[in-house]
Design a protein around this ligand. Structure first.
Ligand code: NI
Length: 167
């Protein structure tokens, strides 16, 4: 399967909102396989379709740490339907913003509604790293990046550096 090129900030596509998937057809299934291959190749734990240049609400996640036991979850049209009031702050990075990290506040736990690759409606209670990761990836589907959650000062510094990279 071909690896996709990961779109890097400040590419404007990362700021666009992705569209719901209506039919899970062959092209969608191929895209999902390519996204998984691309995520594993980049040693990431999550990837949204917009990060490979496709504005569809598709997210792949694998938070298992063991390389030999892959445990991918495919989220099509994921939506947060419940979230804890309690929040936790932890360090985050992003394959589209390589080399930068920041402390991001997220809901401690959340409940996600989504469709699986067969089109079945499912829900999952997410906590820990999965909860953080799915909130980060759903942000991507809405054109939001983790740096948007940082203080304006920190965000400005990172954005300035990113802009220099494209010159
Ligand atoms: Ni990301």
């Amino acid at each position: 399967m071909p690896l996709k090129k990961i779109v890097k900030a400040p590419n404007v596509i990362l700021r666009k909102s992705s569209k719901p998937v209506k039919n899970i057809d062959e092209s969608v299934k191929n895209l999902i396989q390519d996204m998984l291959d691309t995520m594993y190749n980049a040693s990431g734990i999550g990837l949204a379709a917009v990060q490979v240049g496709i504005l569809s609400r598709i997210v792949v996640i694998d938070t298992s740490k063991d390389d030999n036991k892959k445990n991918p979850i495919v989220f099509i049209n994921p939506k947060i339907i419940n979230k804890s009031k309690k929040t936790v702050t932890n360090e985050e990075g992003c394959l589209s913003i390589p080399g930068y990290y920041g402390e991001v506040e997220r809901h401690d736990t959340c409940e996600i509604e989504y469709e699986d690759i067969s089109g079945f409606k499912k829900t999952i209670d997410a906590d820990g790293i999965l909860s953080r990761c799915i909130q980060h990836e759903i942000d991507h589907c809405n054109g939001v990046l983790f740096i948007d959650h940082l203080s304006k000062l920190k965000r400005d510094i990172i954005e300035k550096k990113l802009k220099k990279n494209i010159k």
